[in-house]
Design a protein around this ligand. Structure first.
Ligand SMILES: NC(=O)c1ccc[n+]([C@@H]2O[C@H](COP(=O)([O-])OP(=O)(O)OC[C@H]3O[C@@H](n4cnc5c(N)ncnc54)[C@H](O)[C@@H]3O)[C@@H](O)[C@H]2O)c1
Length: 387
């Protein structure tokens, strides 16, 4: 029996456009889903560039106006992979047109925007996913299982860091990720949002926090992203950096755990160091994206003399999602986090099963980002105001 087509319309076509398109294309190959994702159309403002992206990624057609894409009646899911400033307007228009939505993170520029997005999705009876893909690394899913089974007991600590170094050169241009009006916040919303999502997934909700932020390079040449985390500079003109280059915060969780967080793009030598350690009364876990198949586990119950962190390569059939790919020890990578997330989402569209993180998670994440900005400005502990 042929499966129903799930027709995808994507807005944006660079870094995340490529990552998402790749995942959609490979889903049918690795997962036995009740639907077949179909790359129906892609939208971008530059006709030549979007035509080329459609051809490279395998979309059947393209549009040069995202509104036209959303109006089309041959699209089921709108995937938003544009800079943050555009997320709210596009997502709200898409859900009002009855489309399910995948939206990149951070969900929005502000808590108000995020709340409007969540409410619009609920009012229109569609499903809405925010793309915190790192939750879907098998080792992270396995960490969640161990915590839920009580293997760590009560959780005392999470220390999470997201360290990059791609804007350290003062001549790296003022791309959209460094302009508040397009991005909302700097390292905080771009990469801090990811470790916060991991912390919410694994530990729980943040109650209050104290924070500090720094902008090390305050003026840069103008320029545009040119793909991935690369950019082209126009050295004849400069502009002001008005977002954080780095942020650090301390947090209390509602369940009594303590969190220490750091997000920066000035940690020389750290290309994409997304890491956490969690300590509980009966053991600890460690994970590092750059070694993402492995989970380090320490258990207090181990025999004295034999105690220590063990490395579990989460590629056995017993590990979440691992049976979809290769035999044990045959590792997977960054792109598979998106595949695992989208497979879960597409299945949920058919059978109504839950799929997280959704726009509720996006709003909660945004409420913490907001508290971090308030705390950095006030130099006081701030309570997270959930809405
Ligand atoms: N989940 C992750 O791991 C991850 C990684 C990188 C980026 N992101 C998020 O994905 C989003 C996109 O980031 P990126 O790195 O792909 O950016 P990018 O600069 O590589 O690509 C942005 C795309 O959006 C298009 N665009 C911009 N404004 C538009 C508009 N008004 N209408 C139509 N198209 C428009 C651009 O032409 C480009 O194709 C951001 O929200 C970012 O925070 C998530």
């Amino acid at each position: 029996m042929s499966k129903r087509a799930l027709r995808i319309g994507m807005i944006g076509y660079q870094f995340m456009g490529k990552a998402h398109s790749h995942a959609f294309r490979d889903l049918d190959f690795f997962f036995d889903l009740p639907v077949t994702p179909v790359l129906q159309a892609i939208a971008g403002r530059n006709e030549e560039a979007v035509r080329q992206a459609a051809a490279q990624y395998g979309f059947a057609s393209f549009e040069t106006d995202w509104r036209r894409l959303i109006e089309r009646d041959d699209i089921d899911v709108i995937d938003i992979v544009t800079p943050n400033v555009a997320h709210a307007e596009m997502a709200i228009a898409a859900v009002q047109a009855g489309k399910h939505v995948i939206c990149e993170k951070p969900l929005a520029m502000t808590v108000d925007e995020a709340v409007r997005m969540r409410e619009a999705a609920a009012a229109n009876g569609v499903r809405a996913l925010v793309c915190h893909n790192y939750r879907y690394a098998p080792a992270v899913q396995y960490a969640k299982r161990l915590i839920e089974e009580g293997r760590l007991g009560r959780i005392y600590h999470i220390r999470a860091e997201y360290l990059q170094d791609w804007i350290m050169d003062p001549n790296f241009p003022l791309v959209w990720r460094l302009r508040k009006e397009v991005t909302g916040s700097g390292a905080l919303g771009d990469i801090g949002a990811h470790i916060l999502d991991l912390a919410r997934f694994l530990v729980g909700e943040v109650r209050d926090l104290a924070a500090t932020m720094e902008t090390f390079i305050k003026e840069r040449p103008l320029g545009e992203m040119s793909g991935g985390l690369e950019a082209k500079a126009d050295h004849s003109r400069t502009g002001e950096v008005d977002v954080d280059d780095a942020v650090a915060f301390l947090a209390h969780f509602e369940n009594g755990a303590l969190g220490v967080f750091e997000a920066t793009r000035f940690a020389a030598g750290n290309r994409n160091g997304n890491r956490f350690e969690i300590n509980g009364e009966r053991g600890s876990l460690r994970w590092d994206l750059e070694n993402m198949n492995n989970l380090q586990v320490y258990l207090e119950d181990d025999e004295r003399g034999m105690q220590g962190f063990r490395t579990i390569n989460c590629t056995e059939p017993v590990h979440p999602f691992a049976d979809r790919y290769w035999p044990a020890g045959h590792i997977i990578g960054y792109e598979h986090t998106f595949m695992n997330l989208f497979a879960t989402f597409f299945r949920s569209l058919e059978d109504g099963s839950p799929c997280k993180p959704d726009f509720e998670d996006g709003v909660r994440n945004q409420c913490v980002l907001d508290a971090v900005e308030r705390a950095a400005a006030s130099k006081q502990w701030e309570t997270v105001i959930y809405r």
